[in-house]
Each structure stands twice: as structure tokens, then as C-alpha cells.
Design a protein around this ligand. Structure first.
Ligand code: MN
Length: 727
């Protein structure tokens, strides 16, 4: 065929060929491509044929037949001429003396880049172990995809033809390739919506790996087919007739499940062949979107729909772009019939997915790139959900994004974050206000804790509230400098305000024990003390007290200058601890926020007898005076009480014992919410026969509120005992 390249181009188009593979390709291409495109295809053929001259496939046929067949697969999908030409040339760089530059010189950069992309995917893989090769394959494909998606389409067509011609290979090699196809190419095709190609890849892989099972299922399908077809034909006629009545043009097809999908479903749902096969499917293909909804209405009129099965993927397409209406109807004898309703275009897309973007001239490329992004997301997600022994994703990550992860905003924009970033890091990467006001988050629509580490491909949604504010614990898991510095500076300001306020109140109380108060202390004394502590001003002094870094008693002792009195008073604190209540205690209002923490061990609520413990740097922790942890650390204790103005909700825990598990949770939850308590958490304790016990973490206002709740809960049927937990 070398002489072809010397002919004038318009002659090339007329030229008929003795090569059946070429004729097949030309026949398919001429159905939709223009003359100048056909010329391009012929030129690509001439170049490729010359380059592959003398090479044979394992089957003994001329090598050129392979690239021609790959191109024909793409022509069947009505791909653009550039893709077809690239497919014809796809093995030239890899397997012949010609290089990328030669292709570029002859066919331009676009085609050369696609060929180069396909070659890059192929390269190196054979030198690696199988698992490594797959990870490598993935990463190469992702890289290639970011340049031009058609690289992947050519690669998929290449794989399909190789699968179709597996027969000449050894059994081991066949099975290896089939497994690789199921593991890598099938998911890619699925994510790109290329269902027709995917089904064929699955079918051949299944047949290759499990020839016996394949045969059995094919046979079973054969045996059952007759009844099924008749049943479906009846339904089809009924629907067709109804559509005729309301003047809708539509084609109705009976859907057949292929052996592999039957096998997958049997395995996954542990169903018998009959149970899987007895699901009947019809597809209605309409002219217009409007008609889809009318067909939907008409079919629901004709047969009763199964509740909850209707899905509108037209209004909300699937993430790979798939659109259709899905519903399930009760057919005769209440046999469920699955119906898919879609337009011709949607049907086309459902078959060839992303490839259909190149079938229509208008703006295909940009929307395809949008899908590429989506694809990247899906492919990574898919690999995360695979429990393969090898951590393929890790390999890809290390290989491709050593230090970064890529996540998506709800609008589909990509955000790049350092590896191990948390939800909070993401929130701050959006905006520091989003970080500061962040109160909840969703990953892929599921609620997650704010400390959750992100992985590539996830879609993150941050929920903010005006009252949201950073929590000190965030510093334990954020990794980005932006989040860290924002949280720190916010906390510093907030904490300073609160600590200073609390510090002054504590100091004043301490001074009261010396028979004085802060306003009565001469400024000189304070100045001297500030110098001693090396503090800039009073405010910082209060803050240090508020944070527990300076003992209020020692400070009070210094500025009140009444040593003996101090000792006596200080000792009396200890005795107060053991039961006696002082007249003057520090009142807790519940609004102290960051400087005041409520102990998780005993969970004090207003009305409880309480004691404060100071801990350096962390402010105060309020315990119940019955808490065991109190007795361990006498020295730092502060006497406190609840202020009359106490407000807010406080977390506490109750344990509920019941006779039976079933229904109890719901009943308890009902009572709790009736009394306007919040349930923070429920834990099911070990069953202590014959009782089940649950621990509810709830928010209440005070002891009275809690007592009312416990009283109500005791009235609930099957509940034996309700008690508050003690640390
Ligand atoms: Mn190839």
C-alpha cells in the first residue's frame, strides 16, 4: 500500500481496497464522515500500513488489521476522524521505526498527541509485575486523560479488539488479560458511560475466566427465553397501543440481561438463576423529552407502579451523564417490570457515553472535558471501594500526586489540598469565614465528623452557621498552615476575651477572701505584681488567671498583702471541698465558653454541686463534687456554683434498662424529644440478661429538666430502670 501515499488525495477517496478490514472501516466511516475525513483515514492507513509492513499478529494475519479493527470500533461509535486516524496509527510509535515526530509532521499535533498518549499507557507496563502494572496503567490513563480524552477511547477500543482476538494466546495469558480487563477497563468504560463497549468487555472476560459457568448460564437463558419473550411482547403491545391512543411516537424494546450481569447479580445477591432472570425489562425510546414524561404517565395508568421505584435521571442525570426515567410496574400476576424511558439522544449516550460527545460537532470537546473531571472523581472513588489486596489507590497517589489530594466542591470545582487534610482544612481553603463558621460537613452526601481525613475524588460540602466558631480541638487534626493560623488567631482573640472576663471574676473572689476587692487595690500594687510576672498589662494578667496559668489565690495574696489571712482562707477552700459550701463562690453562667470546660467524666448540669479544677493552659474544668476525679487533684481546685442566670444546654448521660430492645429506642427517643431534649448519642450497652441497656448522651437545661425526663421515661412500656451515669 506504500504506493498510495504517492497518489493524489482525491484519488485516495475513490480507491477501493483488497483489504477487508480497511473496507469495513471505510464503509462504517462513510456513513457519517465527510470526504476530507475519509481522505485523512486513508492517509493514516497508508502510513500505518507501511510502518507495520511485514509484522504479523499472533494469529498469523497482517498486523495492520488490528489498528484497522480498532478504528472500526470507534467508527461504529461515530467518533470523529481524528480519533479514527489516531486509532489506525496507535501502535506505530510503540511497535515500528516511526516516531511521534513523524506522525506530527504528517498528521499534525492533535493526532500525534493521541497516538503518543496511547503509547505512553502501553509503555513500561510489561516490565512491571501485574499489580504494579495496573496501578501504573491507572495513573498513565489519568495523565493521558487530562490531555485528551480520546486517548482513553482509543485505548478502550484497542482493548476491546484485543479481547475479541484473545484466542491465539495461552490460557494463562488469556485469563490474566481478562482479569485486568474486568479490574481496570470495565470500570473505566462504566464511568465513561460507554455501556455497549463495557458489556462486551465483561462478556468476553467472563467467558474467558469462567467458561463453564458461562456455558451453564447461556444454556439456562436459552431454555427460559421463550416464555419471557412472550410475556414481554404482551406488555409491549399493551403499552404501544396506549401510546398510539395518545399520539406518541416511541420504540419499545425488550431488554435482555446478558450472562455476565446475571452471574454478577446471582453472586452479589445470592439469588438463584430464576430469581435473577425473572426480572423483566422494557425500554421505551421517544423523540422528545416531553414524550418521556407522557410515556411515564401513560404506563403508570396502564399498570400499577411499584412504590418508591420511580427515578428521574432526566431532571437529575447520573454522575456519568446518563439520563432516563426509571420506573417499575406490576405486570400481570404482579410480576415486576422495569421500564426505562429516554429520548434517542439519551439512548445513544447510554450506549456510548462520553464517546457521543464527539459525534455531534457542537462544543463536544469542552463538555467532554467536564466529564473528564467527573470521571477522575469516579475512578478514584471506585478504586477506594475496591477491596483488592494491593492498595492500588495508594500506588496511584504516590505515583501521581505524592503530596496532594484532589477533592471537589459541591459545584464540581477541584480543590488541591495536602495529603491527610481534614474537612476543616478544606473549609478554610474555601474561605477563612467558612472555616470559622463551620459546624458540620458532608462527604459525598453523608454526614461526617469535622476531623475526617479527606481522600481524592470526594465531594465535600461544608455547613456553616452564623454562631459557629473554631474549637481548640481542631488544632489536633488540621494540617494546612491556613487552617492552623486562622484557628489559632481566632481562638486567641476569643479565649482572651473570655479568659480575661473570667480571670477578673476569679481574682475578685480570691480578693474577697482577704476582705478586699480588685477595685480597692491600689494601682501601685498591681503594677508591681505585673512587673514581677513580667506581664504587659492588667488584661494579660486576667487572661493568665483565667487560663489557669497564674494562681488567683497567690496573686490575691500578693496584692492584698495579708499573708496569714490567706493561709487560713486557702485551707478553708480545701475543707469546703469536702462538703461545706462557702458563702461566696464563683458563679458559672454557662456562657464562659472556651475557658470553661465541663468534665466528660461526670457531666455536670445546673443544679449539681460542682467544683472547678484548673489545669495549666486549659482554663477550668467543672466537675460534679461527687466525681471521683476531684479527689485526685486538690491543689488546683476552685470553688464554684451555678449562677442564677445560668443558661444554655448541658450534656449529660442516662442509662436506660429495658426488657426488650425492639421499639424501646424509638419510644425513648420520642419522650426525649417531647421534653425538648437533644439526643447527642446513643450507645447500646452489653445486654445484662434479661435486660438491654442503652446509654443516651443528651442535652438538658438543668437538674429539674433531667428529673422530669427520667420520670417520663420510667412510664414508658418495657422500661425497667432509668438512671443518670456518674463518672
Ligand atoms: Mn493495539
Amino acid at each position: 500500500m506504500a504506493e498510495n501515499s504517492n497518489l493524489k488525495t482525491n484519488n485516495l477517496n475513490q480507491q477501493s481496497s483488497s483489504n477487508p478490514a480497511l473496507n469495513n472501516l471505510l464503509k462504517k466511516s462513510k456513513l457519517y464522515l465527510k470526504t476530507n475525513h475519509i481522505i485523512l483515514i486513508r492517509e493514516a492507513y497508508a502510513f500505518s500500513n507501511e510502518s507495520h509492513q511485514g509484522q504479523l499478529r499472533k494469529s498469523g494475519e497482517a498486523y495492520i488489521n488490528h489498528p484497522l479493527s480498532v478504528a472500526a470500533i470507534l467508527a461504529e461509535m461515530k467518533m470523529d476522524a481524528v480519533s479514527i486516524a489516531a486509532a489506525i496509527l496507535h501502535d506505530v510509535v510503540e511497535d515500528t521505526a516511526a516516531g511521534k515526530e513523524d506522525i506530527e509532521k504528517r498528521f499534525g499535533l492533535e493526532i500525534a498527541n493521541i497516538v503518543d498518549g496511547v503509547s505512553k499507557i502501553d509503555k513500561n507496563i510489561k516490565f512491571l509485575s501485574r499489580d504494579e502494572a495496573q496501578a501504573e496503567n491507572f495513573s498513565k490513563m489519568m495523565l493521558a486523560m487530562s490531555d485528551d480524552l480520546r486517548v482513553i477511547l482509543v485505548k478502550l477500543a484497542d482493548r476491546l479488539h484485543n479481547m475479541r482476538t484473545l484466542d491465539c494466546l495461552s490460557k494463562e495469558k488469556k485469563i490474566r488479560i481478562a482479569k485486568e480487563t474486568l479490574e481496570i477497563y470495565v470500570p473505566i468504560a462504566l464511568r465513561l458511560g460507554m455501556n455497549k463497549l463495557r458489556l462486551e468487555l465483561e462478556e468476553i472476560s467472563f467467558r474467558t475466566i469462567n467458561p463453564l459457568r458461562y456455558k451453564i448460564i447461556v444454556k439456562a437463558v436459552e431454555n427460559h427465553k421463550g416464555n419471557k419473550i412472550k410475556f414481554l411482547e404482551d406488555i409491549k403491545d399493551k403499552i404501544q397501543e396506549r401510546l398510539g391512543d395518545i399520539n406518541i411516537k416511541a420504540k419499545i424494546y425488550a431488554r435482555q440481561k446478558n450472562p455476565y450481569s446475571i452471574y454478577k447479580k446471582m453472586k452479589k445477591k445470592k439469588l438463584s438463576f430464576n430469581a435473577v432472570y425473572d426480572i423483566y425489562g422494557l425500554r421505551v425510546v421517544t423523540e422528545k423529552i416531553d414524550d418521556c414524561y407522557r410515556v411515564f404517565g401513560a404506563s403508570h395508568n396502564l399498570f400499577k407502579p411499584v412504590p418508591g421505584k420511580f427515578k428521574d435521571y432526566i431532571a437529575i442525570p447520573k454522575s456519568n451523564g446518563y439520563q432516563a426515567l426509571h420506573t417499575v410496574l406490576f405486570g400481570p400476576n404482579a410480576i415486576p417490570i422495569e421500564i426505562q424511558i429516554r429520548t434517542k439522544e439519551m439512548d445513544q449516550f447510554a450506549e456510548s457515553g462520553i464517546a457521543s460527545h464527539w459525534q455531534y460537532k457542537t462544543g463536544g470537546h469542552s463538555s467532554a472535558q467536564a466529564y473528564a473531571r467527573d470521571w477522575l472523581q469516579k475512578i478514584i472513588e471506585m478504586k477506594q471501594n475496591t477491596s483488592n489486596s494491593i492498595d492500588l489507590l495508594e500506588n496511584i497517589k504516590v505515583d501521581l500526586f505524592p503530596d496532594e489530594i484532589y477533592v471537589f466542591t459541591p459545584k464540581g470545582e477541584i480543590k488541591e489540598l495536602p495529603y491527610r487534610s481534614s474537612v476543616i482544612d478544606y473549609a478554610y481553603s474555601v474561605h477563612s469565614d467558612v472555616g470559622n463558621k463551620c459546624t458540620a460537613a458532608k462527604i459525598n452526601d453523608l454526614d461526617v465528623p469535622l476531623s475526617t481525613k479527606l481522600s481524592s475524588g470526594q465531594t465535600i460540602q461544608i455547613i456553616t452557621t452564623p454562631l459557629g466558631k473554631p474549637h481548640p480541638s481542631w488544632l489536633e487534626f488540621v494540617v494546612t498552615a491556613k487552617a492552623r493560623s486562622n484557628i489559632k488567631s481566632y481562638l486567641k482573640n476569643m479565649q482572651a476575651e473570655q479568659a480575661s472576663d473570667l480571670g477578673l471574676r476569679i481574682l475578685d473572689k480570691a480578693l474577697n477572701d482577704y476582705g478586699t476587692s480588685f477595685t480597692e487595690i491600689p494601682y501601685e500594687s498591681i503594677r508591681r505584681l505585673l512587673n514581677e510576672y513580667n506581664l504587659k498589662d492588667e488584661k494579660i494578667f486576667f487572661i493568665e488567671i483565667g487560663l489557669g496559668n497564674i494562681s488567683p489565690h497567690l496573686a490575691a495574696q500578693r496584692i492584698a498583702n495579708k499573708k496569714s489571712f490567706v493561709k487560713e482562707k486557702y485551707d478553708s477552700f480545701v475543707s469546703k471541698l469536702l462538703g461545706a459550701r462557702a458563702n461566696e463562690l464563683i458563679a458559672i453562667k454557662g456562657t464562659e465558653g472556651l475557658v470553661l470546660n465541663y468534665a466528660k467524666c461526670c457531666r455536670p448540669i445546673p443544679g449539681d454541686d460542682i467544683v472547678g479544677l484548673t489545669s495549666s493552659g486549659n482554663g477550668f474544668v467543672v466537675h460534679r463534687s461527687v466525681c471521683h476525679n476531684i479527689k485526685k487533684s486538690r491543689s488546683n481546685r476552685i470553688f464554684i456554683e451555678w449562677s442564677d442566670e445560668v443558661s444554655g444546654e448541658f450534656q449529660t448521660q442516662i442509662r436506660v434498662f429495658s426488657e426488650k430492645q425492639r421499639g424501646v429506642l424509638a419510644n425513648v427517643a420520642g419522650v426525649i424529644s417531647r421534653l425538648s431534649c437533644n439526643i447527642e448519642n446513643v450507645k447500646f450497652d452489653e445486654v445484662q440478661n434479661p435486660y438491654a441497656s442503652f446509654v443516651f448522651t443528651i442535652d438538658v437545661k438543668n437538674r429539674k429538666h433531667l428529673a422530669d425526663l427520667i420520670k417520663e421515661l420510667k412510664k414508658v412500656k418495657n422500661i425497667n430502670k432509668v438512671m443518670r451515669t456518674i463518672g
